[in-house]
Write a protein that binds this ligand. Structure first.
Ligand code: NDP
Length: 599
């Protein structure tokens, strides 16, 4: 029996092990196991970072209203200002710009995608990231920098939640209503509410009864813990026994800080994350000045896309964990004789590359932590079944004397009592419970956004998307004139670097709005035919990668239940991210705006 046969046996054993670990975690209640922080635990959902200031309702008219003050709102606002649209109003439920970076101020918060490609408008603002992977305070400050540079603060409404968006066809305007009693009109609206903005808690029995301190990681209470988002010691935890529930990308980043500073830290784990090397480093001015020639950021972003998509780009500027996987897949495929590069063999090569990578990641956990914990920290699933993590202090944290892993063998925490957390039938008394339990994903748009969008003829967005998303270019919807959706799906679907999608959509929005204004049009809208043709084109692709029910449960696959029929519409351009970017670039440059109707 040769080496090849031995690999096949391993592969099958591994598949069986992955399936066994997945099955342990499947639950009858699926996504219903969670509860919303904002609606069900409003006391825990209060903004701890900025006091809410009362103000009079707004009843005026603006040219462009944008919902969401994260990267999407900022970048669209910036591009519109550059295009000469002065009255842009951003509405944001947080107390300042930043979106996810406004809320997530937990210690150690850091970007998992390289700053050079992740932080938008670096060239326009002249900002040089200080590290290969910037920490959250720098990213939040960058949001503020964009807001100030483009005058977006002037007209912004913070601590304001949109409650309703309604198209008034007689006046050809959108009516924007909010929880502050605002009712104003806008010629155009944009929506960039983000995929991960509704914080969730596990629906554990007794969760309301806990008498100690509890908070979600996106509402970090520094008044209780001491320290700050910059990483100063969490000095007030020195005499506290702390529990953290969850071991996803957020916990991976804050556990090292808690392990360092709390008297005792108990980490409750249901499914381990895959934690690969981080290799963060400071960026040097001299190096940066050498690479930052005009157009550098777009070049870097496109190079990243090229390296992900099978790793076929000539050079790898970013060199991170995402591009590494791309290179490994390419290597496996290149090992095949050209005539054997069939779709099935390519998928098998991908599996081999993945198995190799995951074996290394599991070995790393055991090498760093050792013992029983080192075994329990090993992830048994394909790397992209769950959000891959990269960190150089997380596993090491389990070697701190006060830090203890409480693995629940896939079952999770059972309940909360007045005094603490029950897992594996044992009650662990603690002073503080930190919920690193994530955010709602994949639920119906209007429900997650918190507002309904009613277009022409009274059709709502929920009705329009009943059975699956329908757009032209991921951006325009037929029946919703002068409205733009800023998000990656049905466009480039570039998940490893979301801002790349956003900047591109911002360019399109600025171009389309400028064209509408130049033509003196009252409305611009995708035709029904163009929307249908676009969706038909999308469906010719390989299909959705996320949502695989063969994977261990998580938000990527709707807790193992998948997303049903609608999932087939959650795809990108069939020619991949670069296929989309090239298509849309040519579409913009043609000046024809094919598929849009100006009236
Ligand atoms: P996740 O949804 O990834 O993690 C939630 C965690 O809570 C999981 O480990 C889950 O376990 C656990 N959990 C839920 N219920 C229970 C229970 N009853 N008992 C024990 N554990 C439980 O949320 P995160 O906030 O970590 O991350 C969300 C996303 O935000 C990331 O995937 C990423 O996209 C983004 N993010 C990005 C970062 C970056 O770029 N820098 C940093 C942090 C987050 P299980 O896995 O078994 O469901």
């Amino acid at each position: 029996m040769g080496e090849h046969a031995a690999q096949v046996v391993d592969k099958q054993a591994l598949r069986a092990k992955y399936a066994e670990e997945r099955d342990k975690r499947l639950r009858a209640d699926g996504s219903a196991q969670y509860r919303r922080l904002e609606t069900e635990f409003s006391d825990l959902a209060t903004d701890p970072y900025t006091p809410r200031v009362e103000r009079e309702p707004v009843t005026d008219h603006v040219t462009f209203a944008f919902i969401g003050g994260g990267f999407a709102g900022l970048v669209v606002g910036a591009r519109l200002k550059d295009a000469g649209i002065d009255d842009v109003r951003i509405l944001e439920k947080g107390g300042d710009f930043g979106g996810t970076w406004y809320w997530n101020r937990y210690p150690g918060a850091q970007c998992d995608t390289a700053s050079m490609i992740y932080m938008p408008l670096l060239e326009e603002t002249g900002h040089m990231p200080t590290e290969k992977y910037a920490h959250a305070p720098e990213i939040r400050e960058h949001c503020s920098r964009i807001g100030k540079q483009y005058g977006l603060y002037d007209n912004a409404l913070f601590h304001t939640q949109v409650s309703d968006l309604e198209w008034d066809d007689a006046r050809k305007v959108w009516i924007v209503r909010t929880d502050r009693g605002d009712e104003f009109t806008a010629k155009y609206v944009g929506m960039g509410t983000g995929p991960l903005h509704v914080a969730k808690l596990p629906g554990l029995p007794g969760i309301e009864n806990f008498k100690g301190k509890a908070f979600h990681t996106s509402r970090w209470d520094y008044a209780y813990t001491g320290g700050n988002p910059e990483g100063a010691p969490l000095s007030k935890l020195a005499d506290k026994r702390v529990a953290i529930i969850g071991t996803g990308a957020t916990a991976v980043q804050c556990v090292p800080h808690l392990a360092r500073d709390a008297k005792e830290l108990l980490v409750f784990q249901r499914t381990p994350s895959s934690v690969d090397v981080r290799n963060n480093k400071p960026l040097e001015r001299e190096w940066f000045d050498g690479v930052a020639e005009p157009g550098w950021q777009k070049k870097w972003q496109e190079n990243f896309v090229g390296n992900l998509a099978g790793g076929f780009a000539a050079e790898d500027l970013v060199q991170d964990g995402w591009t590494d996987l791309g290179h490994r897949i390419r290597k496996e495929i290149m090992n095949l004789p050209p005539e054997e590069r069939t779709p099935a063999n390519v998928m098998a090569a991908y599996e081999d590359a993945d198995n190799q990578k995951m074996s290394e990641i599991r070995a790393r956990a055991e090498a760093i932590v050792g013992g029983e914990a080192g075994k329990k920290l090993q992830a048994w699933y394909r790397q992209l079944c769950k959000r891959p993590c990269f960190h150089d202090e997380y596993l090491q944290a389990y070697n701190e004397p006060g830090c203890r892993l409480v693995d629940t063998d896939g079952k999770g925490v059972e309940r909360i009592t007045e005094k603490g957390v029950v897992a594996n039938g044992v009650e662990y008394e603690v002073d503080c419970i930190i919920y690193a339990s994530g955010f709602e994903v994949g639920t119906e748009y209007a429900s997650r956004a918190g507002f309904q969008v009613t277009g022409r003829d009274g059709e709502t967005l929920s009705q329009h998307w009943d059975g699956g998303m329908k757009t032209l270019h991921g951006l325009h919807m037929h029946g919703f004139p002068n409205a733009f959706m800023v998000q990656p799906t049905q466009a480039a679907n570039m998940i490893a670097n979301v801002p790349h999608n956003i900047v591109d959509h911002a360019d399109t929005i600025a171009a389309v709005v400028s064209e509408a204004e130049r033509r003196g049009a009252q409305t611009v809208e995708a035709s029904a035919e163009a929307e249908k043709a676009w969706v038909d084109l999308l469906l010719t692709g390989l299909g959705a990668r996320l949502g695989d029910t063969g994977c261990t449960p998580g938000y990527y696959n709707n807790e193992g239940e998948g997303f049903g029929e609608a999932a087939k519409y959650s795809v990108g351009h069939p020619a991949g991210a670069m296929g989309y970017f090239n298509h849309i670039d040519a579409w913009r440059k043609s000046g024809e705006y094919k598929g849009l109707e100006f009236a």
